[in-house]
Design a binder for this molecule. Structure first.
Ligand code: ASP
Length: 330
């Protein structure tokens, strides 16, 4: 029987009620005890007991290192994690563990595993099974959906189907504990492991609003930000009358701060080549995120800036950002 490692990091799945609200309290062993039918040949390890709102680049590195340190001893790894930032973690692990030849499956729950009718039982059981069945790569298994880690977005705050695969079909789904593969399952994700954690985390994400002040964008440079992702309107528009954001973004680019343009729309690709209003942005040198999720664009920019290091140039950032690394971009 295949051997699986469960790595616990906290999240609602491990929560109990405290006087101040829900807080992660259960150990990895205690989590496993809720799914005895799937726990055979599963080892467990606890990295953190954190609400995922507190998970940051430092924790991503610890998780990636824990995976790489143990992956040779197991056929697959499940990571339990809070849902709130799970899509950022799954996107970042997809880059940090590019080419991994074992399945790394993140899961969690909307309700504590000990609560009546918690989705945690199903999600943890399914994820342990997914880690026995899937090809190499990073995934989220949640609410019956199996999604590529770099395509996942949390789209619901309370419903059990909290995650969606954006601009990419699901890898598969679980029905009554049985895995049903779907489109994309055969696509090979694995190659040679390119383990890399020296990311540049000084990246900002800006969501434009009508009337946004240019100073809020230009000021990012003096905050020490090294790269910016902008969620623009629709296909990739920004306003240029009265408050000119083609100009404010250009000021960042002039200071060697790459600007990645993505959309406030969740579905379908951004494309700054269509409208006249986007022409100055193209001239300013923004880089299109195309069909990447915001989570993938942000984490890929951190990864790309770290990877490039001394070979940083706007052109090299553009090439790397538009190259398909792990299925995050078409
Ligand atoms: N606040 C929790 C977390 O992200 C939410 C959850 O796990 O569902 O850790």
């Amino acid at each position: 029987m295949k051997k699986i490692l469960l790595i616990a990091t906290g999240g609602t799945i491990a929560c109990k009620q405290t006087s101040a609200g829900l807080a992660p309290q259960l150990s990895s062993e205690q989590l496993l005890s809720y799914v005895p039918q799937r726990a055979e040949n599963v080892d467990s390890m606890e990295l953190f007991r954190m609400d995922s709102s507190n998970i940051q680049p430092e924790e991503w590195r610890v998780m990636a290192e824990a995976v790489v340190d143990s992956v040779d001893k197991y056929d697959g790894i499940v990571i339990t994690h809070g849902t709130d930032t799970m899509a950022y973690t799954s996107s970042m692990l997809s880059f940090m563990l590019r080419g991994i030849d074992k399945p790394i499956v993140l899961t969690g729950a909307q309700y504590p595993i000990g609560a009546p009718d918690s989705d945690g039982l199903r999600n943890l059981g399914d994820a342990l099974e997914a880690a026995r069945l899937l090809p190499g790569g990073v995934y989220i298994c949640f609410g019956g959906s199996v999604i590529r880690g770099c395509r996942a977005v949390k789209t619901r705050t309370m419903s059990l189907n909290a995650f969606e695969s954006i601009n990419c079909p699901n890898v598969g789904r679980f029905e009554d504990g049985i895995f049903i593969p779907m489109a994309g399952m055969d696509e090979k994700q694995a190659g040679k492991l390119d383990f890399f954690t020296n990311i540049e985390s000084r990246v900002a994400l800006i969501k434009l609003i009508p009337g946004a002040l240019p100073a809020t964008i230009v000021g990012l440079a003096s905050c020490g930000v090294r790269g910016v992702v902008v969620e623009a309107f629709g296909l990739g528009g920004v306003h240029s009358i009265r408050r000119d954001h083609a100009e404010s973004l250009h000021k960042l680019i002039e200071q060697n701060i790459p600007v990645i343009l993505t959309s406030q729309c969740l579905y379908e690709a951004s494309n700054p080549d269509v409208y006249q209003v986007s022409a100055p942005l193209r001239a300013a040198g923004v880089i299109s995120a195309r069909d990447m999720t915001t989570e993938a664009a942000v984490t890929k920019l951190m990864w790309a800036l770290g990877k490039l290091g001394e070979s940083f140039s706007m052109e090299n950032v553009r090439k790397l950002m538009q190259q398909n690394i792990c299925g995050e971009i078409k």
